[in-house]
Design a protein around this ligand. Structure first.
Ligand code: ATP
Length: 264
């Protein structure tokens, strides 16, 4: 093993190790950004960045007292970061090596989840039942789950439809799916402030757009008013989907692992 490393270190292959090093660091930074995107940790990071800028500014400008104060604060920054971000760090460690959407579901169970989702949406659209379903992917949605009611049930078309029936006590708000399970209903999502959104879209659609502007989740909206099904991802809405196009879109967005399995 040591011999192998010597060959890499001492020959022209050294650049390969450097490249691997850079790629690994870039990947870790990318995963950290994905994990904290849309969470309170982002605001805290911005705050820390401001302190860092003031620290450098105080050094350049010769503001010695301020510089001394910030230097003492920043020397214990690792501890501060661990305390502030403890829940994010815990989540990050849980996330490592885990399939984001389907967790440990089998190929058959994965297909069933998507089929049940489509069945529920088409059923609700035909009956003009409004619905908002959010499916977690890489970025954790825990920050949006504080309000709402815990369910933790298998994804089933009948259960989804009954959650959104107008007389159901939890029909208001979003239903959240995590790791292939119905996790929470009645969740409140951030409304998009984008002025370019069509005036015909109300708060249900704007909540789906608002959330997906912040995180990489996929949102499905069934309009109570028009019975149309839309999928929202990255703040962009694809409207008027039927069961075939919905299946195509969801398969593309949720089934990377499933497609890999099919190819095998
Ligand atoms: N911030 C929010 N987070 C989650 N759900 C929300 C939020 N705001 C509104 N909703 C849901 O949207 C419903 C109101 O939908 P509204 O009619 O205003 O929107 P819409 O986009 O026109 O939808 P539809 O086409 O179904 O009428 C609420 O009863 C609630 O269930």
């Amino acid at each position: 093993m040591g011999g192998m490393l010597d060959i890499f270190n001492n020959t022209n292959f050294r650049w390969l190790l450097d490249l691997l090093d850079i790629l690994l660091v870039a990947f870790i930074i990318y995963r950290i950004i994905l994990l904290i995107k849309g969470t309170r940790a982002v605001q805290m990071l911005v705050g820390l960045a401001v302190i860092l800028i003031v620290y450098v500014g105080s050094q350049v400008g010769g503001l010695y007292t301020l510089h001394w104060l910030l230097e003492n604060f920043l020397s214990s920054i690792i501890l501060v970061i661990i305390v502030i971000f403890q829940s994010d760090i815990r989540r990050a460690l849980i996330h490592v090596g885990r399939n984001p959407f389907f967790a440990d579901l089998s190929y058959k169970e994965e297909t069933e989840v998507i089929e049940e989702l489509i069945k529920a949406c088409v059923n609700m659209a035909n009956k003009r039942i409004g619905a908002l379903i959010v499916i977690e992917r890489e970025t954790g949605l825990n920050d949006f789950l504080e309000v709402g009611v815990e369910i933790d049930a298998k994804v089933s078309s009948d259960l989804i439809t009954s959650i959104f029936l107008p007389f159901s006590p939890i029909h208001d708000g979003a239903l959240v799916i995590q790791q292939g399970r119905l996790k929470r209903a009645g969740c409140f999502l951030p409304i998009s402030q984008n002025p370019d959104i069509s005036k015909t879209l109300g708060t249900r659609h704007r909540a789906a757009i608002g959330l997906t502007e912040l995180v990489d989740a996929v949102a499905i909206v069934v309009s109570e008013e028009t019975g149309k099904i839309s999928v929202v991802v990255g703040g962009r809405i694809t409207r008027d989907l039927d069961s075939t196009s919905l299946k195509r879109v969801l398969s593309r967005l949720l089934e990377p692992r499933l497609n890999k399995k099919k190819k095998r």
